[in-house]
Design a protein around this ligand. Structure first.
Ligand SMILES: NC(=O)c1ccc[n+]([C@@H]2O[C@H](COP(=O)([O-])OP(=O)(O)OC[C@H]3O[C@@H](n4cnc5c(N)ncnc54)[C@H](O)[C@@H]3O)[C@@H](O)[C@H]2O)c1
Length: 441
C-alpha cells in the first residue's frame, strides 16, 4: 500500500457531540496549552517519540514532528449537547479543572455554545436536557446535523473536519436488521426505527459529509455494517469504541505482563466509584450494560482461556461501577487479582487507582482527532484498526478478533505511522546487530 499524504494545511474543525466533562476538559486543555500555561501530558501525538531506523542511528523524533499533524493553533472546536450551557459553564459544572485555570481562558470557552442535539431519552434515561432538535423523522434530524456541519465549516473557515463522539453512553442494543445495510439503515431513518440510536444519526451525518468519525463511548454507533459500508463508499475513516482510560488502561498494561510470564489468573474483580454525569448515566442498568460488555471483553482477548485452559480456563471476571456523587470526576477503582505461579502457588495483586477520568480521557480525544484527520489525508478509509491503542473495545473488520494488549496496539500504531512515511517497519528482532558475531560462528 502506498499512501499519498496530503499536508495538514489550513484549519481543522473538531466536532464533538456531547460537551460534558471529557470534551470541555479537552477544549480547555488545548486553550491552556496554546497560551503556554500547561503541557499536553498524556497525548502521544504531542509528547510521544518514535524510534526510526536501527537502534544505532539514535533517531527518536517527536511524533508530531515526524508525521504531518494539524497544529494546535490551527484547530476550531464545535459541538452539540442536550444542555444549552456554553463550554465555560459546562466545564465549571463538570468540576474537573480548577476555576483559576478556567477563568484564564474564559472568553475562549464562553464563545463556544453547543448546537442543539439529536437526542432520544430512551437511549439515556437519566438525562433530561431540552436543547434538542425537532424533526418529522430521523432522516430529517440527520439532515439538520449535516446543515450544522456545513455552517460550522464555513463560519470557522475550516479546511477539514473530524467528529469524535463524547456524548453519554447509550443503552445496550445489539445489531439488528436495520443496521445491516445502507439501504435498510436509510429506510430506518425515514421510518423512525427505534433501533437507530442518536449516536448513529451523528455518525451517518458525518460520513455523508465526508467527515471521519471516532467513537469514544461503548455504544455500537459506527460499529455496524451499514455505517462501515457507507464509510467505505464515501472514503471516510472511522473507528471506535470507548476511550481506554482508568481501570481498563491498567488492565491492558498488567494482563499482558502476567500472560507473558505464563502466570495463571483465577479471578479479577474490578470495582469503581465515580460521581460525574457519566457515572449518573451509567447508574441506569441498561446504560451500564453497554459499558460492562465493553469492559469485560478485554481480559478474554489477552488471556485466551480457550487456548490456555490450565492458566486461565477458570478465570472469574467481574466489573462493577457505582455512582458516588462525592467523588465527582475523581474515579476510584479497586482491582483484586488472584494469580498463581510455579506449582499452582497462589498470590494476590491489589490495585487502588485514584484517577481523574477526564484528565485521562482528554488527551485521547485530541490524539484520535489528529490521527483520524491524518488517516483521512492519507486516503485510509473504513475501520482504522491501528487506533485500537485508544479504545477499550476496538472496532475491527467482521471476523477479526480485536487486539487488546496495549504494547501490541502501540507497535501497530507506530508501525502504521512508519509505513505512512515510508520508513522501515520495526520488528524488534534485532539479530542484525549480531550478524557479525553470527557470521564468525
Ligand atoms: N472519562 C473517561 O475516562 C471515559 C472513558 C471511556 C469512555 N468515556 C465515555 O465518554 C463519554 C463522555 O464522558 P463524560 O465524562 O464527558 O460524560 P458527561 O456526562 O460529562 O458528558 C456527556 C455529555 O453528552 C451529552 N449528551 C448525551 N446525549 C447526547 C446526544 N445525543 N447529543 C449530544 N449530546 C449528548 C450530555 O448532556 C453530556 O453533557 C461517555 O459516553 C463516557 O462513557 C469516558
Amino acid at each position: 500500500m502506498e499512501y499519498q499524504l496530503k499536508e495538514a494545511s489550513g484549519k481543522l474543525g473538531i466536532l464533538l457531540p456531547g460537551l460534558g466533562a471529557v470534551a470541555t476538559t479537552l477544549i480547555a486543555g488545548v486553550e491552556s496549552i496554546k497560551k503556554g500555561f500547561s503541557q499536553p501530558v498524556g497525548s502521544l501525538s504531542q509528547m510521544g517519540r518514535i524510534r526510526l531506523g536501527k537502534r544505532t542511528e539514535n533517531r527518536h523524533p517527536l511524533i508530531k514532528d515526524f508525521v504531518p499533524l494539524a497544529d494546535l493553533n490551527n484547530i476550531a472546536f464545535g459541538g452539540w449537547d442536550v444542555y444549552a450551557d456554553n463550554v465555560f459553564e459546562a466545564a465549571v459544572k463538570a468540576r474537573v479543572l480548577e476555576p483559576m485555570l478556567l477563568h484564564a481562558i474564559k472568553p475562549e470557552l464562553e464563545a463556544l455554545k453547543p448546537m442543539k442535539a439529536v437526542f432520544d431519552k430512551a437511549y439515556a434515561r437519566n438525562l433530561d436536557g431540552e436543547h434538542v432538535k425537532q424533526g418529522a423523522d430521523k432522516m430529517e434530524l440527520a439532515q439538520a446535523l449535516m446543515e450544522d456541519i456545513r455552517s460550522f465549516k464555513q463560519e470557522n473557515g475550516c479546511d477539514r473536519l473530524v467528529m469524535v463522539w463524547c456524548g453519554s453512553t447509550e443503552i445496550y442494543i445489539e445489531e439488528s436488521e436495520v443496521h445491516r445495510s445502507v439501504a435498510a439503515f436509510e429506510q430506518g431513518l425515514l421510518d423512525n426505527d427505534p433501533a437507530i440510536a442518536p449516536s448513529m444519526i451523528y455518525a451517518y451525518a458525518a460520513i455523508k459529509m465526508g467527515v471521519p468519525f471516532a467513537n469514544g463511548a461503548p455504544n455500537l454507533t459506527v460499529d455496524i455494517p451499514a455505517l462501515v459500508e457507507l464509510a467505505r463508499e464515501h472514503g471516510v475513516a472511522v473507528s471506535g469504541k470507548d476511550f481506554k482510560t482508568g481501570q481498563t488502561l491498567m488492565k491492558t498494561i498488567l494482563a499482558p505482563g502476567l500472560h507473558a510470564r505464563a502466570l495463571g489468573v483465577r479471578g479479577w474483580f474490578s470495582s469503581n466509584i465515580l460521581g460525574n454525569r457519566d457515572g449518573y448515566v451509567l447508574d441506569h442498568p441498561e446504560n451500564f450494560k453497554t459499558k460492562e460488555v465493553s469492559k469485560l471483553s478485554v481480559l478474554d482477548e489477552i488471556f485466551r482461556p480457550g487456548s490456555n485452559p490450565e492458566l486461565y480456563g477458570d478465570m472469574y471476571h467481574k466489573v462493577r461501577i457505582n455512582y458516588y456523587p462525592p467523588h465527582g470526576d475523581n474515579k476510584e477503582s479497586w482491582d483484586n487479582i488472584d494469580i498463581f505461579g510455579w506449582l499452582g502457588y497462589q498470590m494476590q495483586i491489589k490495585i487502588n487507582f485514584l484517577c481523574r477520568d477526564s484528565i485521562l480521557a482528554a488527551p485521547l480525544v485530541l490524539d484520535l482527532a489528529l490521527f483520524t484527520d491524518l488517516a483521512q489525508r492519507a486516503g485510509m478509509s473504513g475501520i482504522q484498526e491501528w487506533l485500537s491503542f485508544y479504545y477499550k473495545s476496538p472496532q475491527t473488520a467482521e471476523g477479526l478478533a480485536p487486539e487488546h494488549d496495549i504494547f501490541k496496539q502501540l507497535m501497530k500504531l507506530q508501525n502504521t505511522l512508519r509505513h505512512m512515511m515510508g520508513e522501515d517497519l520495526i520488528t524488534h528482532l534485532g539479530l542484525d546487530y549480531y550478524q557479525e558475531l553470527v557470521d564468525t560462528l
